[in-house]
Design a protein around this ligand. Sequence first.
Ligand SMILES: Nc1nc2c(c(=O)[nH]1)N[C@H]1C(S)=C(S)[C@@H](COP(=O)(O)OP(=O)(O)OC[C@H]3O[C@@H](n4cnc5c(=O)[nH]c(N)nc54)[C@H](O)[C@@H]3O)O[C@H]1N2
Ligand SMILES: Nc1nc2c(c(=O)[nH]1)N[C@H]1C(S)=C(S)[C@@H](COP(=O)(O)OP(=O)(O)OC[C@H]3O[C@@H](n4cnc5c(=O)[nH]c(N)nc54)[C@H](O)[C@@H]3O)O[C@H]1N2
Ligand code: SF4
Ligand SMILES: [Mo]
Length: 726
Amino acid sequence: MSHETRTALRVCPLCEATCGLTLTIEGTSVTGARGDREDVFSRGFICPKGASFGGLDADPDRLRTPLVRKDGVLREATWTEAFDAIAAKIPALIEEHGKQAVGVFLGNPNVHTMAGGLYPPLLLSALGTRNVFTAGTLDQMPKHVSSGLLFGDAHAIPVPDLDHTAHLLLIGANPLESNGSLCTAPDFPGKLKALRRRGGTLTVIDPRRTRTARLADRHAAIRPGTDALLLAALTQVVVEEKLADPGALAGHLDGYDELAEAIADFTPEAVAAACDVDADTIREIARELAAAPAAAVYGRIGSCTVEHGTLASWLIDVLNILTGNLDRPGGALFPLSATARAPRAAAPGKGFDLGRWRSRVSGHPEAKGELPAAALAEEIETPGEGRIRALIVIAGNPVLSAPDGDRLDRALAHGLDFMVSVDPYLNETARHADVVLPPPPPSQSAHFDFAFNSFAVRNQVRYSRPAVPLQEGRMDEGEILARLVLAVGGNHGAPPETVDDLVITTTLARAGLPEELAGNLTGRTGAERRLDLMLRLGPYDLTLEQLLARPHGIDLGPLKPRIPQVLRTRSGRIELFPAPIAADLPRLRASIGARPAGLVLVGRRHLRSNNSWMHNVAALRGGSNVCTLQIHPDDAARIGLAEGETARITAAGGEVDAPAEITDSVRPGVVSLPHGWGHSRPGTRMSVAGAEPGVNVNQLLDGTLLDPLSGTAVLNAVPVSVTPTR
Ligand SMILES: Nc1nc2c(c(=O)[nH]1)N[C@H]1C(S)=C(S)[C@@H](COP(=O)(O)OP(=O)(O)OC[C@H]3O[C@@H](n4cnc5c(=O)[nH]c(N)nc54)[C@H](O)[C@@H]3O)O[C@H]1N2
Ligand SMILES: Nc1nc2c(c(=O)[nH]1)N[C@H]1C(S)=C(S)[C@@H](COP(=O)(O)OP(=O)(O)OC[C@H]3O[C@@H](n4cnc5c(=O)[nH]c(N)nc54)[C@H](O)[C@@H]3O)O[C@H]1N2
Ligand code: SF4
Ligand SMILES: [Mo]
């Protein structure tokens, strides 16, 4: 093995900011990572997670070979044995019990890998199952649904024009810790500081005084779960005081009068007590928003994973629209990524429908082809036709990330005939698998951001080839997933390239292009050739070769107005007041009088962590990155809880114990526990995480509380009680 030191460029896959990294490589090991100053998008920014790329990449707990269960025990196996086992089981199960017998759970890192962008859709069509669950219903599904209803395209999500806005209203997001979400912006903190420096205004709505809130001109510590009420009142003020001026959008709107009438009673005075934000402040925020030369309203987890998540997400864009800020520079704009289909002329589209089918047990409506992740356990446990008997999990850990992990844990242990997990770790979920297929570490994987380029605050495109060669015995994740598609579809053993070739042929045919063009595509792998094709068919007429020649990326310019081209509604217009929203409004109105009797729980994220899987890197542990229950001093005093003392938190789904951290950064009446902890189950292989496991906050949820329109689990504003354990 050679030990010369060199550098390689690699886009960071560890959060949505997509920073360009310069990796230092000795032999085949990554020994350092710094921000790539020449990166066209991130310009050298890096955070502690990116700086720990090497440690994460070389984690000795990463699986090196597939695991196959024999006589009840997971043992190291060859790739052939692993895929043989899958091919022997899944097609036969489908044959015997039908397509619905196989369920799929797609976790968050699928949007951070190239393979995760290219192959899961093919897996779903090979299986033909409706039992599809993703991290989306623990996260951003309300935003997809509101975009689907407003614009006719669930993927048309406007992002705040951070570099040019004069006024940002940020709701339930903490980009100083998360580095941003559904808004891809390397150095989000720097961009907020720049906004303040150029005289702009930042307002943060969050029940916690977060690091982001501390940066703001104004922080309103709202009562959790009431943002839709606040947003309805902001909209009411804009309408009532005739501040609405949709500008260039005026000719593209349907339903303004119906909307205005429907929200007329959501006055600041009506919602103030529920939100615990006074009416004058609400009026002031609305007036400032309307008066700003350019403003953007942006909401994230705290506005999505709540009981009225879809209504809140919808109202955020309604405010952007009515104040003339949607689709204008400095407002909220639709990015145009290099692999998007080239824009077509504006015309009516197919629209967006909800509830085209329902889940078998509880009858939850599908949204965007998915069923609620919170309903996965019951679909495995409940007998009858269509029961899930086999589960394929790709890059997911629902035992920790979804409500009532203990129930799902039992369902996976006792309710399945067969389970496959594609994951680098033997995590709390994968420990139940019959076959575990481990992808190589990121240094050995190519990287392209299919998802995040379409949420980026600047249009740009970058591609990284593997920084070090694939180690002997490793299999590229693209190949793993292609082989999985073949194995479940009865084509086990066919060359994996056939999967990509078929996609290329059908894509060319659909575009009305001759099949021979496939011969022009370049690339070392099927995934690269597909990328090349998408770039060529995309809006900027790029090629893979051009990307390879520009390793620091290609800047494609600032975001530009795209309406009406993005609209896909049946009317061809923006549907301001869609019927499913109208039908859900009475539920919001009814919540005005409801007040929690006791404490409510919200989550939090830590800069040096990521959901459930980064607690195994020693360099990222400690400091603020701990699983404590944050509680306000007044509440702690009332309950009789001392700093560091163990608190017992009880809710509908169960109870957990965590050390109390008394802090006035949470508002009275609110406690906060982070998620992704609870690494204490036997049979996992995450030694660092297991040494200080923390507790699983999602054990407090029983999985019945959902935002009904999107099927998204209510993870914030959950009623809990807290007592000392003594
Ligand atoms: N209470 C509460 N619960 C939450 C949230 C919350 O705010 N509060 N947040 C929710 C949100 S926003 C999300 S997105 C979900 C996430 O939920 P999940 O997607 O279920 O969980 P993750 O912890 O993101 O990790 C998924 C797995 O992907 C694996 N992985 C990492 N890299 C790769 C790779 O390159 N390939 C493959 N195949 N696997 C890889 C990791 O090892 C890990 O086991 O959690 C949700 N749960
Ligand atoms: N370091 C780190 N970065 C991450 C992740 C991580 O785990 N760690 N996860 C990644 C993922 S998967 C995602 S989806 C993004 C999420 O990105 P963000 O949404 O920016 O991250 P959160 O920290 O969950 O911020 C949600 C905020 O909402 C507040 N909140 C809770 N309930 C309410 C409410 O009812 N109303 C209002 N107004 N606010 C409320 C919380 O106090 C919290 O500050 O982060 C990504 N980046
Ligand atoms: S901000 Fe996100 S993308 Fe940038 S270095 Fe940190 S983890 Fe990586
Ligand atoms: Mo997420």
